[in-house]
Design a protein around this ligand. Structure first.
Ligand SMILES: [Zn+2]
Ligand SMILES: [Zn+2]
Length: 240
């Protein structure tokens, strides 16, 4: 079980259906401590624009006892690891996920995918490499995971990916390597409807099947996750 879901989309993404209030309501009912608001970056057609991400600081970090952090699922735009928000905007967000999406960037070689992910793992503004097992974006797993371990960048196990492809071998391979190298991870729903928040059963099954150590799951509680993020980005002012 996880208590803090760090990858959740709202209506602001353009193709998701929950509001912040509805998601908070589901968190309350399901016994989750909270979630991170991670709408898609502006490069996804129909998603939130630059103004949304500068105004996101208006969103309270607590809604009737549910904890909330402000974030983005930024798009990887090229193989140098560029993202679709400027650094000054990323710096003000509590949580930055960086993900490959096929509507934005065509897959390339293992070398190029590895180069992008290495650059992002070393980017101090990036917290999580999103759905690393999805699609054709294969990479040099030990090299990228070692960089994540060195920098505190988290590797995501993503429910949405496993829902679309329950036997995804890349997800399994990455999870096994995280265990072997002792790399901290997060387990996220990637919810696009409010009721999907905190739903990570397929991810948990995968991790249980390889006896994955619980102390490497950094969103097992809100406190563990927030402490990790604050260590990585001490300029942030949220309460733990
Ligand atoms: Zn995504
Ligand atoms: Zn997402």
């Amino acid at each position: 079980m996880i208590k803090f879901d760090c990858h959740v989309h709202t209506v602001a993404s353009g193709h998701a259906f929950g509001t912040i209030e509805e998601i908070a309501g589901y968190c309350r009912r399901k016994g989750l401590e909270g979630f991170v608001l991670t709408d898609h970056g502006p490069a996804i057609p129909g998603s939130a624009n630059d103004l949304y991400f500068s105004a996101i600081k208006l969103v309270p970090r607590e809604l009737d006892g549910v904890q909330l952090l402000r974030g983005v699922e930024a798009n990887i735009m090229d193989y140098n690891g560029s993202l679709d928000l400027p650094d000054r905007a990323l710096r003000q967000l509590d949580v930055v996920i960086a993900s490959f999406h096929d509507v934005i960037i065509e897959s390339s070689t293992i070398e190029n995918h590895t180069k992008a992910l290495l650059s992002l793992a070393h980017n101090p503004l990036v917290d999580i490499l999103g759905h690393t097992g999805r699609g054709p974006y294969r990479f040099d797993i030990p090299t990228v995971l070692q960089a994540c371990k060195d920098t505190g960048t988290l590797v995501e196990v993503n429910q949405w990916t496993l829902k679309g492809d329950p036997n995804n071998q890349a997800c399994m391979e990455i999870a096994k390597a995280c265990k072997a190298l002792q790399v901290p991870i997060v387990i996220n729903s990637d919810a696009h409807t409010a009721d999907a928040v905190g739903r990570v059963d397929l991810s948990l099954e995968l991790l249980q099947s390889i006896d994955f150590p619980e102390d490497l799951i950094m969103n097992r509680t809100a406190k563990v996750f927030k402490t990790h993020i604050k260590q990585k980005k001490p300029w942030l002012d949220f309460e733990i």
